[in-house]
Design a protein around this ligand. Structure first.
Ligand SMILES: [Zn+2]
Length: 154
C-alpha cells in the first residue's frame, strides 16, 4: 500500500473510475459517484475515492473529512431526489479493497427491507441507458454545482 496519491494498475476501481460514463453523476477533488448498474434499490450509488487507498483510518484527517462530506452530500441528494424510507451507508472492501461507499436508498417496498442488502439472493434490475441518465440527472440537481460531473448533459 502506498501513501502517495496514485492509481493502482491491478485495481479494478482505479482502472474504471470514470466508467461507464453515463452512470457517473458527481465528482469532487476527493471522490466520484456513479450509479450501480443494478438499480433494484433505486438510486444505489458507489462513491469511490479518486486515488488508491484501502483503509479509512489511513487517510489523512483532511482527506477523510472530505470523503465523508461527499458521502453525506450524496446521501442528502438521494434523500431529496428519491424520498427513500432510509439511506444505508456501507464501507466494506472485502472483494474490492479500494475505498468506496455503497450508498443505498432503502424503501419499505424493497424486497430486502429490514435486512442488509447482502442478506440473501435478490433479483437484479437493469435500466435503459436513457433511464440511467434521467435518474442521474434527478440526483445531480440536488448536489453542489461545483461538484457535478463536468461535461455531462443534464
Ligand atoms: Zn484502486
Amino acid at each position: 500500500m502506498s501513501h502517495t496519491r496514485g492509481l493502482a494498475d491491478d485495481c479494478w476501481i482505479c482502472q474504471s473510475l470514470h466508467e461507464p460514463a453515463h452512470l457517473v453523476y458527481y465528482e469532487s477533488k476527493t471522490s466520484i459517484a456513479k450509479l450501480n448498474p443494478d438499480q433494484l434499490f433505486r438510486g444505489y450509488t458507489f462513491l469511490a475515492l479518486k486515488w488508491h487507498a484501502e483503509q479509512l483510518h489511513q487517510l489523512s484527517d483532511r482527506d477523510r473529512k472530505l470523503f465523508l462530506k461527499d458521502m453525506t452530500n450524496i446521501g442528502t441528494a438521494l434523500a431529496s431526489a428519491l424520498n427513500p424510507d432510509r439511506v444505508n451507508y456501507e464501507l466494506l472492501g472485502n472483494t474490492q479493497a479500494h475505498l468506496h461507499w455503497h450508498i443505498v436508498p432503502r424503501y419499505v417496498t424493497d424486497p430486502m427491507w429490514g435486512r442488509p442488502i447482502w442478506a440473501g439472493n435478490r433479483p437484479r434490475k437493469r435500466l435503459t441507458q436513457e433511464a440511467y441518465s434521467q435518474l442521474a440527472s434527478s440526483i445531480r440537481v440536488h448536489l453542489p454545482r461545483a461538484g457535478r460531473a463536468p461535461g455531462r448533459r443534464l
